[in-house]
Design a protein around this ligand. Sequence first.
Ligand code: ZN
Length: 433
Amino acid sequence: MNKIGTKPQVAGDETLLRPAFGWAFLPIALLFFTFFALAVSSPVFGAGKPDPKVIGARVAGDETRTRFVLDMNTQVTPAISGLAKPYRLIIDLPEVEFSLPEDAGSSGRGMVTNWRFGLFAKGKSRIVLDLSGPVRVDKTFFLPAVDDQPARLVLDLVRSAPEEFASFVEESRGIAKREAQKTKTKTDKLPPSGSGDKPLIVLDPGHGGIDNGATGVGGTLEKAIVLDFANLLREKLEEAGHYDVRLTREDDTFVSLSRRVEIGHELEADLFISIHADSVRRGRKLARGATVYTLSDKASDQLSEELAEVENMSDVIAGVELDEEPTEVTDILLDLAKRETRSFSSYFAKTLVTELKSAVRLIKNPHRSAGFRVLKAHDVPSVLVELGYLSNEHDEKLLITEEWRERMASAMSEAIHGFFRPRLARQQTTPSQ
Ligand SMILES: [Zn+2]
């Protein structure tokens, strides 16, 4: 129950405004009204509804019945949906603050193998439970706060059959999709595209929100350092004054891979640079140094193949339904466009490697390729840069130093100047109309 439910009625009590008091009394009445309204909404009075916060979470139970509990400071309404391949349960909440220990979710219990949480989009937070198999949500309920017990959101899961889970997925995703459609126009507005004459560069800091990306040995989060780096690179490029620069995300929000590609395409970007600092499982000691990746159907080597696989999992981690890969249309014009884009991407990758060589440590064979979904725009030259690998402790230490970041960003902006130099030179010699 909301304890403040009665207070606004006191403030708005008709008796205060009854004409019998005379019009002269009105300003005082309004003053009172304002005071009460402020009092009710002010946290100082402890009466306003606080910003929702998750203050604890736990999983209990076994392989037949598992309970997931969130301790909260206030009541929120969850929307629950499912996804298969792999089995996941998605709990969508209005934007909440997660005040949880760093390792929360890293291990589960019963049918929940592990879980993660974070900002999914503006105004929307998400929790994804990874499941050991198909489940049915037996009960969902909210327990209000009592005495020293916080409010609790409780989900009871029981084992179910794959077919039952499949129909739950279909039903729940249908609702989720309609909701997403409703909000799409509100949240997916693009920043205005550039002035037209300047080359437009889209920087794409990887991961974000619920998708942390890699975590370094020393605890560095990939999603945080790549965003910082993208901001630094944007600053450098904007200083030069020759480019319009856009980021696919400006904060710690999740952006799906297809949305990232769409942003580059819709803005008609001249260059798309995805920025990462991933972890590799195989050869983690050897894999270190900056690497530039371009798109290819067949990976150039095993490490690149593994990396693209991990990268392409981003949407799965965030509980986003994978878009159907568009069926290849045999269109000779599209084919030509693709081929041209790929050769521009390759040319930029080479320019970038040359520039990076003299500035930072590179991996052996620094221009590699694999099937990264984020590089699939057919009309935007795209590369993915691994600043280094967070699975390597030396790389992790480097990546967080100011000096290294400066050198890396300067070298990258030099390469970008090199790539656009012919176009900029042409613009300078052509008198403007
Ligand atoms: Zn990454």
